[in-house]
Design a protein around this ligand. Structure first.
Ligand SMILES: [Zn+2]
Length: 125
């Protein structure tokens, strides 16, 4: 039973592939690819997959000149994390398009807040 449990623990809760690494979660899982794909980041994780998530994030955030791109990256990773948590805690593997929709809503809310913030600072002058 312990062996079986260990084996089960190494299985991705979404794709059921035998890989539960952070790299699988963030880049390699088919569900993650579906969440990354509609973003404007245009990543191709099929190329150069040997990097760790930590190295990727460190390098990506270092070379990315645009804050919007960093925010977009964090949002996609957040969406992947939420999708994974729904599979782990609710045993529901949602359609990745629902995550993309939620992320797009978040973007809209963020832009609305940012614009209100700008308007607020102008009206205070
Ligand atoms: Zn997977």
């Amino acid at each position: 039973m312990i062996q079986r449990r260990c084996r089960m623990d190494s299985v991705c809760p979404r794709s059921k592939e035998e890989d539960k690494s952070m790299e699988h979660l963030c880049f390699e899982c088919i569900f993650s690819k579906h969440i990354w794909r509609p973003s404007r980041l245009n990543f191709n994780f099929e190329v150069g997959q040997s990097t760790s998530v930590e190295d990727w994030m460190t390098n990506w955030f270092k070379i990315t000149p645009d804050d919007e791109v960093v925010i977009e990256s964090i949002k996609v990773l957040w969406g992947i994390w939420l999708h994974r948590n729904k599979a782990v805690f609710e045993q529901i593997v949602a359609d990745p398009s629902t995550v993309v929709h939620t992320l797009n809503q978040m973007k809209w809310e963020y832009n609305k807040l940012a614009n209100n913030s700008k308007l607020g600072s102008i009206s205070c002058r």
